[in-house]
Design a protein around this ligand. Structure first.
Ligand SMILES: Cc1cc2nc3c(=O)[nH]c(=O)nc-3n(C[C@H](O)[C@H](O)[C@H](O)COP(=O)(O)OP(=O)(O)OC[C@H]3O[C@@H](n4cnc5c(N)ncnc54)[C@H](O)[C@@H]3O)c2cc1C
Length: 171
């Protein structure tokens, strides 16, 4: 779940993102990531709160989620008093590795490999935690394997897919 605290201050921290623990996995201040048309007098903090669909945290009201985030010790200068709390609940973002997932994944990949007009890649397609630049690199490699005549270079794609295994999440 992404819990956004809208704060009446131009900037809260000098950091783009900071790791946390407990109910908040990470806190970011998106305004610090970019130069853009952000309002000059306020900023937004984004807390990432891990949850499963339907669990106790998932079912909390937005204001209660805001309070939960504020109650955490987040190494902030002081506790943010938000003028608004917004949330987005995303049901499928991280691959969850339960015991036995590798055999299930191998079965799916074997099936997908037998489909001549289908490629699987990306975070959900390969079931890997990754970063945006990894996802972009996979898309580039898939496009590069496709010739102007529509022919697909299986060899370069297989080599590229092997290379994807070396992707390591950067924070
Ligand atoms: C909370 C969080 C913070 C992150 N922060 C960063 C960061 O700061 N920097 C960074 O580089 N990376 C970050 N990442 C990782 C980054 O988001 C991923 O690497 C990237 O989004 C992967 O792109 P993708 O296209 O492979 O998969 P996704 O972005 O997951 O796209 C898959 C899409 O498929 C859709 N989908 C799934 N199942 C189905 C279905 N059955 N039918 C139709 N559609 C379906 C999903 O809704 C989704 O839109 C973060 C990830 C999370 C979860």
């Amino acid at each position: 779940m992404l819990v956004y605290l809208v704060v009446d201050r131009p900037q809260w921290t000098e950091y783009d993102a900071t790791a946390a623990d407990g109910p908040v996995a990470r806190l970011s201040e998106p305004k610090n990531y970019r130069d853009g048309p952000d309002p000059s007098d306020r900023t937004v903090l984004c807390a990432e709160v891990p949850a499963d669909v339907g669990d106790a945290a998932w079912s909390l009201a937005d204001d209660d989620l805001g309070s939960l985030v504020r109650a955490r010790q987040l190494d902030l200068p002081d506790s943010p008093a938000p003028v608004a709390v917004e949330t987005r609940r995303l049901p499928r973002v991280y691959p969850r590795y339960r015991v036995g997932f590798a055999a299930d994944l191998a079965g799916l990949e074997a099936w997908a490999a037998g489909q001549p007009r289908l490629l699987t890649f990306g975070r959900q397609g390969l079931f890997v935690p990754d970063n945006t630049h990894h996802a972009l690199a996979m898309g580039d490699a898939a496009a590069a394997a496709l010739g102007p005549d529509g022919a697909f270079d299986e060899g370069s794609w297989v080599a590229a897919r092997d290379g994807f295994r070396s992707h390591v999440v950067e924070d």
